[in-house]
Write a protein that binds this ligand. Structure first.
Ligand SMILES: Nc1ncnc2c1ncn2[C@@H]1O[C@H](COP(=O)(O)OP(=O)(O)OP(=O)(O)O)[C@@H](O)[C@H]1O
Length: 365
């Protein structure tokens, strides 16, 4: 299913609103929004997203495309994470699976406590309406064009049979917390792209999902609007306690979140964690690592590479290129860490050559 078809499916799903098939929805109304900012969900120690060895193969006539090739990903509840990667690396495929719109060929995926493989049609519908929210790239595509902002935000609550007054109150409070209260009686055509995307975030939060997925939410916006939309995603994370995963090519977004995960060839390859304060000496840890701390102090970034279950490690391209690494590397056991060396010195039976030992530290990848 193409990205456009997936988006259309969501819109059709929202527009149908047929109460009959809605009985799988949760009983009762959504909770009120306290103080205009919504109740902050308790931050659980559990993982909000767990993908293990995800494989997705698309088959078209004679062609097979392996979009995900054994992808592992864990996102803790309450995190705000950016997912980056070259075009075709599998980001949208992953998001469609997490959104419950597509199913993996192999592997397991758990989101907000739901094993997605085990959900039947009604379970998936309920999952999509109550446990995850989505914001897609095209601002107009996230909202129904003939409904006002307040009606758009209220619609998912209506599908979940929330009482009229509660959904009206929550819709207005969500628009307020996203800074678009002034748009409440406007249809999307009378809003800017940034206002539409912030309304889309409010809509995605309507049924208090635990996870919010955003696929290039600022992709069609100018810098200023993009910043307000990113602030909206931060609001969703900070004030509404929602775990947020943002697929983005926007380096200014990727540079502002605490954790950025990179996908390469259908697998998570590296990640960057931004931390507050001075970079610690090797082997030490510093700060509490919180997003706010990193923001407050400017912070520093630490690069990580993923190690899969069988110990495979994928080095970032910048590392392999700048150190001339290819085919194989030499490993050394060092106190507290492993040395990964370009294979350009003759290995000796006594370990690293003296020249390497003396170490051109630069080569110590
Ligand atoms: N419905 C489909 N049928 C066949 N191949 C597909 C389909 N959807 C995606 N692919 C292929 O799967 C691979 C991953 O695509 P995907 O859209 O997930 O990448 P992406 O990282 O989101 O790219 P972009 O940044 O350009 O959106 C690509 O090679 C793509 O051509």
């Amino acid at each position: 299913m193409s990205a456009a078809e997936r988006k259309n499916e969501i819109r059709r799903d929202a527009a149908r609103g047929d109460a009959d098939r809605d009985s799988a929805g949760p009983a009762g109304p959504v909770g009120p929004v306290a103080g205009g900012a919504g109740p902050a969900a308790p931050r659980e120690a559990e993982q909000a997203i767990v993908c293990e060895q995800l494989v997705r193969i698309y088959k078209t006539d004679a062609l097979e495309v392996q979009a995900l090739q054994g992808l592992d990903l864990r996102v803790a509840a309450g995190e705000l994470t950016a997912l980056v990667g070259a075009s075709g690396s599998g980001k949208s495929t992953l998001l469609a699976i997490l959104a419950g719109l597509d199913t993996p060929t192999a592997g397991s995926v758990r989101v907000a406590g739901h094993e997605l493989a085990g959900l039947d049609y009604r379970g998936r519908l309920h999952y999509r309406r109550s446990s995850v929210g989505f914001v897609w790239q095209n601002p107009a595509g996230n909202l129904l064009p003939h409904l006002t902002a307040a009606q758009n935000v209220a619609l998912p609550m209506r599908l979940n049979r929330a009482p009229r007054t509660a959904r009206r109150e929550r819709a207005l409070a969500l628009l307020d917390s996203l800074g678009v209260a002034h748009c409440r009686d406007r249809v999307p055509a009378r809003m800017s792209g940034g206002e539409q995307q912030r309304t889309a975030i409010a809509t995605a939060l309507a049924n208090t999902p635990r996870v919010l997925l955003a696929d290039e939410p600022t992709g069609e916006l100018d810098c200023e609007s993009a910043e307000t939309v990113f602030e909206g995603l931060r609001t969703a994370n900070r004030d509404h306690g929602v775990t947020v995963l943002i697929v983005t090519h926007d380096t200014s977004i990727a540079g502002q979140v605490r954790r950025t995960v990179a996908i390469r060839d259908g697998r998570t390859s590296t990640e960057t964690l931004r931390r507050g304060g001075e970079a610690p000496a090797a082997g030490q840890t510093a700060g509490d690592g919180s997003e706010h701390e990193a923001e407050r102090l400017g912070g520093y970034a630490v690069e990580y590479a993923m190690v899969d279950r069988v110990g495979r490690l994928q080095l970032p391209r910048e590392f392999t290129e700048s150190y001339g690494i290819r085919d194989r590397v030499r490993l050394t056991r060092e106190p507290g860490h492993v040395g990964v060396w370009p294979d350009q010195h003759e290995p000796t039976s006594r370990g690293p050559s003296r020249r390497a030992d003396r170490g051109n530290e630069d080569e110590h990848a």
